[in-house]
Structures are given as structure tokens and as C-alpha cells.
Design a binder for this molecule. Structure first.
Ligand SMILES: [Zn+2]
Length: 402
């Protein structure tokens, strides 16, 4: 990894500029100088500095080079899948009916609680490989389908093992993903258990594994006040909050994220104008999840354009999960960003690279300026816009040889 080398013969290179909010560099006939697994220079191949004249060359084969995608919101680990339930919904059975029969998220919680750490690690590796093949070089991964201490602890242990095996991921503790069946709908008692017992114990058992904590603030789940206490308990343990906010109704989740200086507020289909302004002022990244809106058949897409106009640096993510978005494909999200959230290609791309990385506090990811990790994707297309334009084409990037 310490070797010096120069990536040449590129049709072009496109990268966000980490010093700016939405500017991208688009360099035709580009080259990239790499050393120690980092970018040290980028520019037109004709302008390559003399110091690099003797460095070994890597032939880009006429591809477009971009930074790898960063996915800042996934529920990577869960047991089972819910394809049967999905088909029943297509046949007209309501989600409420399925839930009343013990299906829905309860089914995933049962399967996740029954899985061993080794089984979870195997599931995780297969899914991480699927993300990687599609160009995701780093992702955020949440616990949350345990809904009780021991299962949440096994999920955290599985993430620790995946990191030990070299996968690039950030772990978020989300024991407050839903109300646990054991609490009989008592959100207050459940919130107290999360804040006072589960989060401290998870951090004590798995020191240094999780960087973030999260809570589902929603009507019928946790109130903004309960969310505040859960996030503050996480902050006292050194975790940075992210919040599932304003997904199905306005609950003040964006405003709460701003008040707590959370890293992100996620979903935000029902975000208020005041919430957008507050997020911009507090440097909270809105993480939008258009795959979930699509999969749930909802008509209210998150107001991405208004957020950008309010000064927010919007990010996009898959929300990979078994109930509302079983999708590991960044190109699907890129296309929805352009086609439904009305972002330009450059904005959607920046949202899935630079701003996604920013929401995870990684200044060396999501761009290809000097100092960036050399996670370069090579796309065999004439124009990068084709990645969005040819809807449904399963493009796969090439990677630099190790
Ligand atoms: Zn989620």
C-alpha cells in the first residue's frame, strides 16, 4: 500500500471538492498520483508533475474515475427476510394486519434474536460484498433488530468482528429502533431501559466499537423528549447522535437533531422549514432515503431542494433493511435522487460521496483530493451521466489493483 503509482489513461475524473459545499471537479484526460493508499495529486495527465515521471503506471483503460460511494444509513445486520410479507401486502393485506399476526418488524426481531454471532457475521460479509461490488467503499451499520440487551450485544459483537476482518464501517447503536415486545407498549419504561441500562452496558462490553447512537423518534414509537434523553445518554458515553426523524409525520426530529448537534437527521419526509434552517445552522446532515419512499409506495418525497436552499449539505443513503428498503444498490439511490428528489447529477453524486462521508466525520472519504483514501472507482462509460440515464442498467465499477 505504500508504493507510489500513477493512474493514467482516464477518459476523465469527477470528484466533489471537499472545501466547497456543492462544487465538483470534472477533469478530462485526468491522472491521479497515489502514495501510501492516499491521493497525493490530481489533474490533467498532461500536467503530471515531473516528480512522478518515474512512478509505476496503472492503466485506467479509458474509464471515468470517481471516489467510491459512502452509505451513511444501513441496517446491515438482521436475520431472515420479509419477501413473503411483501407479497401479502401486494395482495392487499394491510401492514397493521400483518403486525397483528406477529409479522412485520417482530418477525425480523425473532429471527435476529435467534441468530448466533457467527451467523450474523456470515450474513454481514455477504451483504458487505454486495455493497462493495456496486461501489460502496464505506458504510454506516446499525444494531436495532435485537430490541433487548443480549441480542443487541451479539449484533455489536458481529460488527466488531466484521471490522476486525478489515471491512470499512462505522457502528451505530440503535436499541431504540422500535418498542420492544417485552415492554407492552410502555415507551417511557423502554426509553429508560435503553438510556440507563442498555447503552451503558453495550459500550462497556464492546469498548471502541460504536461511534454513533440513534433513536426512532416517531408518533407511536419514541417522543422527541424520550429521544432527547436516549441521545444524551449516548453522548455521555462518547457516542455521537443520529436520529430517525420526521419519517411518517412531523415530530420535531430535525429540530431535536439541531439542538443536540447530532451528526445527522435521517428520513425527513415531513421535515418543517424551521427544522431545515436549524439543521443548516447546527451543521446537521440531512440523510435522505428515497429507496424507502419508493418501496413503501409513499408519495411524499423528502424536500431535498428546499433543504439545499436552506443551506443544508444533504446526503443520500440506501436505508438497507428488510422491511422498507431491501436495497444494496447505490445506483438505484442515485437515480431516485435525480428523478424524484430533483437533484442534479452532480448534487446527487456529492450527496452520496462527500456529504455522506461528512455525516460520518470522515474528511478523507467521498472525494479524490490530496489526502483522500485511494478508494477509486473506474466506470466503463463514455459519460458518467449514463449511470443515471440508462435506468436499470446494472453497471459495476472496476477497482484499482491492490
Ligand atoms: Zn433506518
Amino acid at each position: 500500500m505504500s508504493e507510489r503509482r500513477v493512474l493514467i489513461n482516464l477518459r476523465g475524473l469527477l470528484t466533489p471538492d471537499p472545501k466547497q459545499a456543492w462544487a465538483v471537479d470534472r477533469i478530462p484526460a485526468a491522472a491521479l498520483a497515489l502514495e501510501g493508499g492516499r491521493v497525493t495529486w490530481l489533474g490533467a495527465e498532461a500536467d503530471l508533475p515531473a516528480a512522478w515521471a518515474d512512478a509505476p503506471r496503472v492503466d485506467g483503460g479509458g474509464a471515468w474515475a470517481t471516489p467510491g460511494f459512502v452509505d451513511p444509513h444501513t441496517h446491515l445486520l438482521f436475520g431472515g427476510n420479509r419477501s413473503g410479507e411483501f407479497n401479502r401486502r401486494l395482495h392487499g393485506v394491510s401492514y397493521q394486519q400483518i403486525a397483528a399476526e406477529g409479522g412485520g418488524i417482530r418477525e425480523t426481531v425473532r429471527a435476529t434474536r435467534a441468530a448466533s454471532v457467527a451467523e450474523l457475521v456470515d450474513l454481514g460479509e455477504a451483504r458487505l460484498r454486495a455493497f462493495r461490488e456496486r461501489g460502496v467503499v464505506h458504510l454506516e451499520a446499525k444494531t436495532g433488530y435485537g430490541l433487548e440487551l443480549e441480542a443487541e450485544s451479539r449484533l455489536t459483537a458481529a460488527y466488531a468482528e466484521l471490522r476486525r476482518r478489515g471491512w470499512s464501517l462505522d457502528v451505530t447503536l440503535l436499541p431504540a429502533h422500535d418498542l420492544a415486545p417485552e415492554f407492552g407498549g410502555d415507551a417511557e419504561a423502554n426509553a429508560r431501559a435503553v438510556a440507563e441500562d442498555w447503552l451503558p452496558e453495550l459500550v462497556r462490553r464492546h469498548p471502541g466499537v460504536a461511534r454513533f447512537c440513534d433513536v426512532f423518534v416517531e408518533t407511536g414509537v419514541y417522543s422527541a423528549e424520550q429521544g432527547r434523553r436516549i441521545c444524551q445518554a449516548g453522548q455521555a458515553l462518547g457516542l455521537i447522535p443520529r436520529i430517525h426523524a420526521d419519517e411518517l409525520s412531523w415530530t420535531g426530529g430535525a429540530e431535536l437533531a439541531a439542538e443536540l448537534r447530532a451528526a445527522s437527521a435521517d428520513h425527513l419526509m415531513f421535515c418543517s422549514a424551521a427544522g431545515m434552517k436549524a439543521m443548516a445552522a447546527a451543521d446537521v446532515t440531512p440523510v435522505l432515503l428515497p429507496g424507502t419512499t419508493l418501496f413503501l409506495g409513499m408519495r411524499d418525497w423528502a424536500p431535498a431542494r428546499q433543504m439545499i436552499e436552506a443551506g443544508c449539505r444533504v446526503a443520500l443513503a440506501t436505508d438497507f433493511n428488510p422491511g422498507s428498503c431491501p436495497c444494496v444498490d447505490p445506483l438505484t439511490i442515485l437515480r431516485l435522487g435525480c428523478l424524484q428528489l430533483r437533484l442534479t447529477f452532480e448534487e446527487a453524486f456529492t450527496a452520496m460521496t462527500l456529504h455522506a462521508a461528512r455525516s460520518l466525520r470522515h474528511p478523507d472519504l467521498g472525494h479524490l483530493h490530496p489526502g483522500a483514501r485511494a478508494d477509486v472507482l473506474l466506470w466503463d462509460v463514455e459519460e458518467l451521466l449514463e449511470l443515471v440515464y440508462w435506468v436499470g442498467e446494472p453497471y459495476r465499477p472496476r477497482f484499482l489493483p491492490a
